[in-house]
Write a protein that binds this ligand. Structure first.
Ligand code: CO
Length: 134
């Protein structure tokens, strides 16, 4: 049985958050459901709701942010996928028990009151995975 209950969000790194919001609004009619600056991560995000999931547009707020580094090395585009789980700590423990490399050894606070943990992309076939507990 899978511990993943939903795609929580697809995160896309962009240089110009307002331009990306306008693109999704004008092209697909998407509205911003939530906006937040996460100082610890050095990012500003805009969440666009699609059914029970979100498109998460991300832009850096400072040069040493991980998203700034991703933009500098890989350019704009898909940054990570957030998979929703019922219990982030249990899901993370299972990943570690399987011997897979993780970025967050313990769950931590995410945006909009969630609890999250990032897994290492090199252990996950090239995709940066975020476990998200609402
Ligand atoms: Co995320």
């Amino acid at each position: 049985m899978t511990v993943l209950t939903e795609i929580d969000h697809v995160a896309i790194a962009v240089h110009d958050l307002e331009a990306a919001i306008a693109y999704y609004h004008d092209t697909f009619g998407c509205e911003v459901a939530h906006r937040e600056i996460v100082e610890r991560e050095g990012v500003e995000e805009a969440l666009l709701k699609v059914a029970d999931s979100y498109i998460q547009l991300l832009t850096p707020t400072r040069d040493d942010s991980p998203v700034a580094k991703a933009l500098a090395t890989r350019g704009e585009g898909l940054h990570h996928i957030g998979y929703r789980v019922g219990d982030c700590a249990a899901a993370l423990a299972r990943v570690k028990a399987e011997g897979h490399h993780v970025i967050d050894e313990e769950p931590r606070p995410g945006s909009r009151g969630t609890t999250v943990a990032f897994l290492h992309p090199k252990a996950a076939f090239g995709t940066l995975i975020e476990l998200v507990q609402e």
